[in-house]
Write a new protein. Structure first.
Length: 581
């Protein structure tokens, strides 16, 4: 049988959290126990093992009894799919049964593209709401914005439509069109857009920029096919990470901040390719060990580093996982750069995606190996005594606590630990919002307030943006803003008035005490909605405590690169520098 097998170091992202919220009850439309078992374990196993056969007959009898006797009518496919998921989750939290839609989404993510409009949507109070357009996408070019409510798709009413149905209708072959009707806050009439579907890149590097005259910043959000060139690629190969680094070096960057916060992972060979950009030739990046020789691999760099001379800092968070941790572990173990931020998630298992030949479109995501950092660390966190929901929940955040596994040594003799993520060299926990700010956030106050603003009309490719023309025709209340926008006294008064109109609880003491935090949230949300994520991040580095710490310790990163032994003598081991803002 011919099949494509993906080796991935992939952490469960929003897809898994959504499935947990459905209590694991997945309807996959299968027709019975025998065809399912044949697809999963093969006819030879079913026919050749009387013990397995007996158990399967017991399983079929149990299914029949439930269908005959349960208080409500049940569907066999629902029960079967649930039992498969439960079976796989007894192995580990990362093995899973992928139905066709999920399998397709995973392949899209790994390829780094899909066909559609280029927006992310979410159901908010029964409305299909645009969360963000992807910069440069067909939707973005036409002026569709975060906060827009899609009221109609072609000739169908979108109100009350499920997210799955909306996405199915919005996606389609390249070059085809879809008409969407938009309701936008502050506009007197709906906006109509005819969008031509196109290939939408799922960028691994959505943006990069100079954070100081000599320091470049790169945001890396995924490890997919467009992230970096694999070792051995032609010399002309240049993918998103190489392209961003070359651009920053041309702009004068002599040091680099690589931001992998909340990066859930991706393809194993892409973590190897990324690490290869920073490590020297012949250095071990990661090794895997499984049940068979097929699952035992040593990943050793093959070429000279593009960035051998750049002092490096990695930014990590509690949701940096898997492939992100492979890169962080290799950089730390070889004393190549410093890690600033939070201790990472702790996912040290490798999955192989196994398409099921008798169940078209379905696949197993099965753990087939464990991976280890160059020093021999397994960074997998404990899951044997933890409920699945707790394993992924925010309560698992460990902040600046060091892992408690077996100690190992880096190349320069720094002490590091496995057994629960990568501990940063300089731990900086993110700022926790006050109860008042969290209250406003939970009620979407900043999101709703920001929708009262509209970007200044721009001329793109010789044409005035559609949304800009319509905004002037439909409402005099929509005001243009610029990228240097700030929350002045006028905006502050408007925010106060907005809180009153929305009947949100506040006191003048709340506003005075939290003015700094509120300014940041208002500014960030308005810039994000009007100009996109990149512009918002350019401004956010002004107050981001982890970026500020990274800039502060760049001299130490330079010392570590030039003289690891001297760095150890002056600053000690990894994880010795806990910082709480």
């Amino acid at each position: 049988m011919s099949r494509r097998v993906w080796r991935s170091a992939l952490w469960y992202d929003d897809r898994v959290m959504q499935r947990l919220s459905r209590v694991g009850l997945i309807s996959v439309g299968l027709v019975g126990v025998s065809s399912l078992v044949g697809g999963l374990v093969g006819s030879s196993v079913v026919a050749g093992s009387s013990q397995v056969g007996d158990r399967l007959r017991s399983y079929a009898q149990l299914m029949q009894t439930i269908q005959d006797e349960y208080v409500e009518e049940t569907k066999s496919e629902r029960l079967i799919a649930s039992s498969i998921g439960g079976m796989l989750h007894t192995l580990d939290p990362h093995s899973d049964f992928l139905e066709p839609r999920e399998h397709s989404q995973l392949q899209e993510r790994q390829r780094g593209s899909y066909y559609g409009l280029g927006i992310s949507v979410q159901a908010i109070e029964g409305n299909i709401t645009v969360i963000s357009p992807f910069e440069g996408s067909p939707a973005h070019r036409l002026g569709i914005r975060a906060g827009d409510i899609i009221s109609r798709i072609d000739d169908g009413d979108a109100r009350g439509m499920s997210i799955d149905e909306a996405v199915r209708r919005l996606k389609g072959p390249k070059g085809t069109s879809v008409k969407v009707t938009i309701t936008r806050r502050g506009y007197d009439a709906p906006l109509e857009f005819t969008v031509i579907r196109d290939e939408i890149p799922l960028h691994a590097v959505p943006y990069s920029f100079m954070v100081t005259p000599r320091t470049g910043y790169v945001r890396l959000v995924d490890f997919n096919e467009v992230t970096a060139c694999r070792p051995g690629s032609p010399a002309t190969c240049e993918k998103e990470l190489e392209r961003a680094i070359h651009t920053l070096k041309a702009q004068g960057a002599s040091s680099l901040i690589l931001d992998i916060r909340d990066n859930p992972g991706g393809l194993l060979d892409q973590s190897f390719a990324v690490a290869n950009l920073f490590l020297g030739k012949g250095q071990l990046v990661v090794y895997t060990r499984g049940r068979t020789a097929r699952d035992e691999s040593n990943y050793i760099t093959e070429g000279d580093s593009l960035c051998a001379d750049l002092p490096l800092i990695l930014l990590t968070s509690a949701h940096s996982a898997s492939a992100s941790e492979i890169v962080a572990g290799a950089i730390q173990d070889h004393d190549r750069g410093l890690i600033v931020g939070e201790r990472t998630f702790g996912k040290g298992l490798v999955q192989t995606i196994l398409p099921l030949h008798s169940l078209r479109g379905y696949a197993l995501q099965l753990t087939t190996a464990r991976y280890y950092t160059p020093s021999g660390r397994s960074i997998q966190r404990d899951y044997g005594s933890t409920a699945l929901e707790d394993y992924y929940s925010a309560s698992s955040r460990v902040g600046c606590a060091a892992p408690t596994g077996e100690p190992k040594l880096t190349a320069a003799g720094r002490k590091v630990y496995g057994g629960g993520g990568i501990a940063p060299d300089y731990c900086v926990e993110p700022e926790t919002p006050s109860k008042f700010v969290a209250y406003l956030d939970n009620r979407r106050a900043f999101f709703d307030f920001s929708m009262l603003y509209e970007a200044e009309d721009k001329i793109t490719s010789g044409q005035v943006g559609t949304a800009g023309v319509r905004s002037q025709q439909n409402s005099a209340r929509v005001r243009p803003i610029r990228p240097d926008f700030d929350v002045d006294d006028r905006v502050w008064q408007e925010f106060r008035d907005f809180l009153k109109r929305a009947e949100l609880r506040f006191t003048e003491e709340d506003l005075t005490r939290e003015r700094g935090a509120l300014r940041v949230r208002i500014l960030d949300e308005i810039l994000r909605q009007v100009f996109g994520e990149a512009q918002a991040r350019r401004r956010a580095v002004e107050w981001d405590p982890q970026v500020k710490k990274a800039l502060e310790v760049l001299p130490q990163a330079t010392l570590l690169l030039r003289s690891p032994e001297r760095y150890v003598a002056e600053y000690g081991s990894a994880g010795d520098h806990g910082v709480r803002p």
